[in-house]
Ligand binder design. Structure first.
Ligand SMILES: [Zn+2]
Length: 269
C-alpha cells in the first residue's frame, strides 16, 4: 500500500485463512476498512446452502448479529460485507456459486444492524432481474444505509445502473474486477468478454461508462478485488489510474479515487 500510495484497503472479509480480520486491523489501523459478515455467510452457505442464507432463525445469524453489534459499538468495523448473494456467473468456483434472496428476513436483519450503527452494506450480486428487484426493495426500505454494489453488479447494462443510481440515492457502485488485468488467462478472459464485464484497461475506459460515471460522480468508487494471490495488484492499480481515473474529469476522478469512499464508508486518515 505504501509503495503504491494506497490510502485504504478492505471493505470485505479476510481473503485468506484463518479468516479473521483482526490481524489486518492491527497491521493497518485506520487504513483498514473492517467489516463483518462475509465469512459468516459463506460458512452458512457451505453447511446449509441457500436455504441457510435465507433463514433468519439460524443461531449462526444470532451470533453474527451479536458480533456485528459489538464490533460497531467498539468502532472496530465500518460496515457489513461483502455479502455474496448472487454470484452464479461471477465466480469461477462452482462450490462457491449461489443465488439467495437479497430481501429475505435473514438479510433484512443485517440491514437493521447497519441502519442502527450507520454503517454501509457491500453486496455482491448480478444484474439478473430478480436480484435487481430485491436490491431495489432493500434500498427503498433502508434509505439511510449505503448499499454498495460490488463490481457494479457485473453488469454491462449502463442504463440499468443509471436508473438505479437515479432512483436510489443510497446506492453506490464499486468498480473492482471490471478491469482487463483481472482476467489473466484465456478462459477467464473469454468468459469476461462474453459477459461484457471489462470496462477499462491500461489506457481506455468504455465511453458509455465514462458517461455514466460523469453523470453520477458521487456514486462510484475503486477497488482491486485482491481475493487471491494470483491477482496482480500493481497491474490492477495501474489500470485503475491509467484506464479509469485518467479518463475522467479531474473533479470526478478525485471523487471516484477516494473521496466517495471516505464519505460513504466514513474513513479516517
Ligand atoms: Zn465480489
Amino acid at each position: 500500500m505504501k509503495e503504491l500510495n494506497i490510502g485504504w484497503a478492505g471493505g470485505v472479509g479476510a481473503p485468506y485463512g484463518p479468516w479473521d480480520t483482526q490481524p489486518y486491523s492491527q497491521l493497518l489501523g485506520n487504513r483498514y476498512i473492517a467489516t463483518a459478515g462475509q465469512v459468516a455467510l459463506t460458512d452458512i452457505y457451505r453447511r446449509k446452502g441457500v436455504k441457510g442464507i435465507e433463514d433468519a432463525s439460524l443461531p449462526e445469524y444470532a451470533l453474527l448479529i451479536e458480533e456485528a453489534n459489538r464490533l460497531f459499538a467498539a468502532k472496530q468495523i465500518k460496515g457489513l460485507g461483502e455479502l455474496i448473494l448472487n454470484n452464479q456467473n461471477s465466480n469461477p468456483n462452482s462450490s462457491f456459486q449461489r443465488k439467495a434472496k437479497i430481501d429475505s428476513p435473514a438479510i433484512i436483519q443485517l440491514l437493521e444492524v447497519a441502519k442502527r450503527w450507520e454503517g454501509f452494506v457491500n453486496i455482491h450480486a448480478e444484474d439478473e432481474p430478480g436480484s435487481v428487484q430485491e436490491l431495489e426493495n432493500i434500498a427503498a426500505a433502508y434509505p439511510s444505509v449505503p448499499i454498495i454494489l460490488a463490481h457494479c453488479l457485473f453488469t454491462s447494462n449502463v442504463s440499468l445502473i443509471d436508473r438505479l443510481l437515479s432512483k436510489y440515492p443510497n446506492m453506490y457502485c464499486e468498480m473492482s474486477a471490471r478491469n482487463e488485468s483481472m482476467y489473466n488467462n484465456q478462459f477467464a478472459k473469454q468468459h469476461a468478454e462474453r459477459l461484457d464485464w471489462i470496462v477499462f484497461d491500461d489506457k481506455k475506459l468504455r465511453p458509455n461508462w465514462k458517461e455514466l460515471i460523469e453523470k453520477h460522480p458521487t456514486r462510484f468508487m475503486v477497488g482491486t478485488d485482491t481475493f487471491n494471490s494470483w491477482v496482480d495488484v500493481k497491474k490492477a492499480v495501474r489500470q485503475i489510474r491509467g484506464g479509469l481515473l485518467q479518463n475522467l474529469s479531474p473533479e470526478t476522478a478525485k471523487l471516484v479515487a477516494s473521496e466517495n469512499a471516505i464519505r460513504v464508508m466514513k474513513l479516517e486518515p
